[in-house]
Design a protein around this ligand. Structure first.
Ligand code: 6PG
Length: 467
């Protein structure tokens, strides 16, 4: 403990908050901490070892505020939703104009916009800060996506850059835009995370029929040395090789196949639909998590219709290329969504910068992100990553494998919703004349909704339909 006032404060000492606080203390910044269950504060300090000297334990919101140098910066790392509002309410009476609250949790960006506006009215600043990298990242270097007033970021920039992950020496932290921009970018990061995880799970489903978990682990480890290189492929190899100490079986064989979800994937899809976007690979991944939770329904379905019988499976090289193609499409859909939100909310998001700060620290970090950053700094026609020259070439090489893999899976009856959704997007986007002329005709037939013609200007023509 120190007599000097702390540089920064933090509320919420659960796993993420505790690790972030230790990271800050380790980088040499004095930090005051508070937790609603105050016993946790003592436990945290006594576990902090040599870092305890940089930590000021506080037993009330008032104590916490008093322990920080003004103008104060206080990180909130509490559960999204009502607990964030309750924490803000508890701190408010003790804050002074110019102080800032930094919400570092996974917040719904609509809440962040609302809170930012409300605090601004009171002369206070609210910074919505997306933090990715799980427990390990929080402790040793996460990717940090900051939204809110730019001047407030400047005031805490030294702390944020010091605790962030580094990619070739550059901190993976940036101020991305005002109000909810940081939390929106984090939400889309998680949407892409859902898509990538689902794509990997689909490939696992196609491979596992004729291979042991250990062999599968080798396949993923091998892919991690190539263009699929990424944290998620790396940990897939690791989890596949794990053995359950209780049964001696591969861990994969004892885990229930029902995926949890805290909501960020769903938020991505909800916001995308509101913006007239459809990131099909992310949508499919969210749907697949919901379907995974319907275990009893699936058991009844299996009794009624029979489960698919796994055959020889597609070639490993095809699966590797298919995964790369679908991953490119998923990332591209995420970036297109960011671009739409930036336009709608007037954020001027620098998409290449987003890709840059995702290159290290976050869950979707991958070799591809450096190429994505370069592509987004160059020309990507219609803002589509898939159309940027380097990615168009990659897709030309890899989509045939995606097509073979999806066809094989469909033929065998193996569900590959995310890969199919990625392929459907690609096939739609390479067809200048699609089939919506029929939909327009149907709409005009039953509701006189009107349509545009290819041969004349205007969009309110009606057909001379048979009765
Ligand atoms: C990260 C993770 C992190 C968390 C997700 C898990 O970027 O560090 O995305 O935010 O692990 O919230 O989300 P689900 O529980 O929805 O899978």
């Amino acid at each position: 403990m120190t007599d000097e006032k702390a540089r920064i404060g933090l509320v919420g000492l659960a796993v993420m908050g505790a690790n972030l606080a230790l990271n800050i203390a380790e980088k040499g910044f004095g930090i005051a901490v508070y937790n609603r269950t105050t016993a946790r504060v003592d436990e945290f300090v006594s576990d902090a070892g040599p870092l305890a000297g940089a930590i000021t334990p506080c037993t009330s919101p008032e104590d916490l505020v008093a322990a920080i140098q003004p103008p104060r910066a206080i990180i909130l790392m509490v559960k999204a939703g009502a607990p964030v509002d309750a924490t803000i309410e508890a701190l408010l009476p003790h804050l002074s104009p110019g102080d800032m609250l930094i919400d570092a949790g996974n917040a719904d960006f609509n809440d962040t916009r609302r809170r930012e506006a409300a605090l601004r009215e009171k002369g206070l600043a609210y910074v919505g800060m997306g933090v990715s990298g799980g427990e390990e990242g929080a402790r040793h270097g996460p990717s940090i996506m900051v939204g809110g007033p730019a001047g407030n970021y400047e005031a805490i920039r030294d702390v944020i850059e010091a605790i962030a992950a580094r990619y070739r020496g550059e901190p993976c932290a940036a101020h991305l835009g005002p109000d909810g921009a940081g939390h929106f970018v984090k939400t889309v990061h998680n949407g892409i995370e859902y898509a990538d995880m689902q794509l990997i799970a689909e490939v696992f489903g196609l491979l596992r029929g004729n291979q042991t978990a250990v062999r599968l682990s080798e396949v993923f480890a091998n892919w991690n040395g190539g263009p699929l290189n990424s944290y998620l492929i790396e940990i897939t190899a690791k989890v596949l090789s794990a053995i359950d100490p209780r049964t001696g079986q591969p861990m994969m064989d004892v885990i229930v196949d029902a995926a949890g979800q805290k909501g960020t994937g769903r938020w991505t899809v909800i916001e995308a639909l509101k913006l007239g976007q459809s990131p099909s690979t992310i949508e499919a991944a969210v749907a697949a998590r919901s379907w995974s939770a319907m275990r009893e329904t699936r058991e009844t379905g299996q009794d009624l219709f029979g489960a698919p019988v796994p055959g020889a499976g597609p070639l490993e090289a095809d699966l590797e290329s298919a995964l790369l193609a679908a991953r490119i499409i998923a990332y591209g859909q995420g970036f297109a969504l960011l671009s739409a939100a930036s336009e709608e909310f007037d954020w001027s998001l620098d998409l290449a910068r987003v890709a840059e700060i995702w290159r290290a620290g976050c869950i979707i970090r991958s070799g591809l992100l450096n190429d994505i950053a370069s592509a987004l700094r160059g020309t990507a026609p219609h803002g589509q990553l898939a159309f940027a020259p380097a990615f168009a070439e990659w897709l030309n090489q890899t989509v045939p494998a995606l097509r073979r893999v999806v066809a094989h899976a469909v033929q065998e009856g193996q569900p590959v919703p995310a890969m199919s959704a990625a392929l459907a997007w690609f096939d739609t986007m390479r067809q200048a004349r699609g089939t919506a002329n029929l939909i327009q005709a149907q709409r005009d037939f039953f509701g006189a909704h009107g349509f545009a013609r290819l041969d004349v200007e205007g969009d309110a023509y009606h057909g001379d339909w048979p009765a």
